[in-house]
Design a protein around this ligand. Structure first.
Ligand SMILES: [Zn+2]
Length: 76
């Protein structure tokens, strides 16, 4: 339905053509990514994820070792 400013438009139930367009699939959760969603493009692995799925994807894709660094520079 086209927004022509009429009461018929403003009070019409949403139709399937009014839904945001699905433009992709999240590489982390597998959910749909809709036009207008806030996303992160991780160029290193060329994947698009929801903004909230960015950190878990990065943690999986990039190995990070956290710990205490010793005098020899080794993190344990
Ligand atoms: Zn996601």
């Amino acid at each position: 339905m086209i927004n022509d400013g009429t009461p018929e438009y403003r009070f019409a139930p949403p139709g399937p053509r009014d839904e945001p367009k699905v433009v992709g699939e999240c590489a982390w959760c597998g959910g749909a990514i809709y036009e207008g969603d806030e996303v992160a493009y991780v160029s290193e692995v060329e994947k698009i994820v929801h903004e909230e799925c960015e950190v878990p994807l990065l943690q999986r894709e990039f190995v990070v070792t956290r710990g205490i660094i010793g005098a020899d520079g080794v993190v344990e």
